[in-house]
Design a protein around this ligand. Sequence first.
Ligand SMILES: [Zn+2]
Length: 235
Amino acid sequence: MKLHITFKLNKELDKEMALVFLDNEAGGVDFSQGVTGPHPEIKNIKEKSEVERKEIINDYFDRYYKKHEKELLDCIEQFREDWEPVENKFIEQINKIFKNPETPEGKYIGYLSIINCNPRFLDSKTFQIFYKHRAGSNYIAAHEVLHFFFYDYANRNHSDVFAKLNPDDGIYWDLAELFNGVILDLPEFIAMHGQVETKVYPAHEKHIILMKKLWDNEPNIDNWIIEAYRYLNSS
Ligand SMILES: [Zn+2]
């Protein structure tokens, strides 16, 4: 299995996502805070019309990227330096968990972002990383790429259950996030990203202990997916 994650700037994508996340809420998180929190200069943007929002974001992001150009480029370099020594260990764990999978087709690019929303794009296998994220870029990269493998595995091997479900919402999304909550908290993964306390969405906190138990009892993805799905479906 081949996998290589690269990191890049993408200002236009960042502008686009800022507009999207001004009106987005998921799992008990208001994502507009991720846009305005790090940028108090635009904190009133939600009161504006759609046309004005677009103008403000366009202007503000152009100025910000220009003013912080060196800082952002240095940051990309840091993302690369941090990821490089763990990539092989990550691949090793992915092979173990997903039973020697093929790499789902895609670009595997982490785009730096100046907003704290950190979305993943399942179709292109790309994602954004807030450049001042407290958990660090390795954590975000591992989290998002784990999603790509998880959805691919579930679609392929448990299509009877998952083919019709929406990966961005409801039980399938819950399951993917909880899976990450379990896996990223394993010592092998903590060694890669350094975060001793894995964060799950507030809406998922009540399930995480049981989900971890399920994995500890039998660290087998097929068993976990089915059992966890049953449990979520009946709770
Ligand atoms: Zn996620």
